[in-house]
Design a protein around this ligand. Structure first.
Ligand code: KG4
Ligand code: ZN
Length: 350
């Protein structure tokens, strides 16, 4: 019997994406369409995102079929992101996929967006499987988990306010850089001196111990405020142009220091030397290299390519393959859930 052909659909935020996956690793077709309308507004406008998904979802799926040289009838199962995300945007993907899957009489697998990010590296690297400690950092979430096996995740820490990607986006805005801010801040930071500004490392203190609620948790809003104050001061003397690279580099260093230190705490606490970086922020080269440096030669670091680190349909299809195997198939009343809980998550007792 040939491997299953699964179509994954992603529309939770501002990427409309579809991918056809054969088995667990063979991408036969993949389209990721980023909506550039939001650049005009400096952030994602939910209503515009939903409308833009609706306008292109048919064409995105058609192009994937064309690349793969298959027709809808050849597809064995469908996976779709049902949450978390923007409700209107999610509903476009869910309704579209429901109509096609049920019309064809094929199984439809509901996928959690952040669990899909966990699966992205395994499409490209068969070694990127649990057990691992994972930092999942995107525009809406920052989670530190211990994945003991697929589907079983222990929550160690999470953000108490802004997500890591959100902090990059907000700092980009302060620095008058376009949305999405992460890649822009990273690019500008390459030419900057990270020691020029000393920004706080929120929720990171040497006297924290395992068992303290703050030991693994994150907070980024104070860091953003510190950058905002510095930007204000720099603007008052007309020096933003000259200082932008240094502000970006100093912010990025502080954010990465917190992310990597907390992840290393998780490595030490669990004894698991395998670390997986997932979510859009995992596209950050400085984060990857600092994580690799701190993990050292005894550890294993996994992350997807940049294309599969950002939102994409292939990770949705890959996660659907796993969920389908477990029989997690949707009923006809499937909806979307903007704040869908992470599946298989248990709360750490440490
Ligand atoms: O996972 P993702 O593509 O979408 C969400 O699920 O949110 O993550 C997008 C987030 C944005 O906040 C974006 O600024 C950030 O990831 N990001 C980055 C980089 N590329 C994307 N942050 C830092 N450095 C990057 N190179
Ligand atoms: Zn994402």
């Amino acid at each position: 019997m040939r491997d299953q052909l699964v179509l994954g659909i992603e529309s939770s935020c501002d990427e409309t994406s579809a991918a056809l996956l054969l088995g667990e690793t063979e991408i036969l077709g993949h389209v990721i369409l980023s909506q550039d309308i939001h650049r005009v507004y400096g952030g994602v406008v939910p209503e515009l995102a939903a409308r833009a998904h609706l306008a292109v979802i048919d064409d995105v799926a058609d192009e994937v079929m064309r690349q793969a040289e298959v027709s809808l009838g050849d597809i064995d199962a469908f996976g779709v992101t049902v949450g978390p995300g923007l409700i209107g945007a999610l509903l476009v993907g869910v309704c579209w996929t429901k109509a096609i899957a049920f019309g064809l009489g094929r199984p439809l697998v509901p996928v959690h967006h952040m669990e899909a990010h966990l699966f992205a590296p395994s499409i490209e690297d068969p070694e990127a499987v649990p057990p691992f400690v994972t930092l999942l950092a995107s525009g809406g979430h920052t989670l530190l988990l211990h994945a003991t096996e697929w589907g079983q995740y222990r929550l160690l820490g999470e953000t108490r306010d802004d997500a890591a990607g959100e902090a990059f986006d907000k700092v980009a805005k302060l620095l008058e850089l376009p949305y999405p801010g992460g890649p822009e801040v990273e690019a500008v930071a390459r030419d900057g001196d990270a020691s020029r500004y000393s920004f706080p490392r929120p929720m990171l203190r040497g006297d924290q111990a395992l068992g303290d609620a703050s030991y693994f948790d994150f907070s980024f809003s104070g860091l953003k405020t510190a950058v905002a104050q510095e930007v204000q001061a720099v603007k008052e003397i007309g020096a933003l142009e000259a200082e932008r690279t240094h502000l970006a580099a100093s912010f990025q260093e502080a954010a990465i220091d917190v992310l990597v230190t907390k992840t290393m705490r998780a490595v030490d606490a669990t004894g698991c030397q395998r670390v997986l970086l997932g979510g859009g922020v995992a596209a950050n080269q400085a984060l990857r290299s600092e994580m690799g440096r701190r993990l050292g030669p005894r550890g294993h670091l996994f992350h997807a390519s940049t294309r599969l680190s950002l939102d994409n349909g292939a990770m949705v299809a890959r996660c659907a393959v796993f969920r389908l195997d477990r029989g997690d198939v949707a009923e006809g009343n499937l909806g979307a859930d903007a704040s869908l809980p992470f599946p298989g998550l248990s709360i750490s007792e440490d």
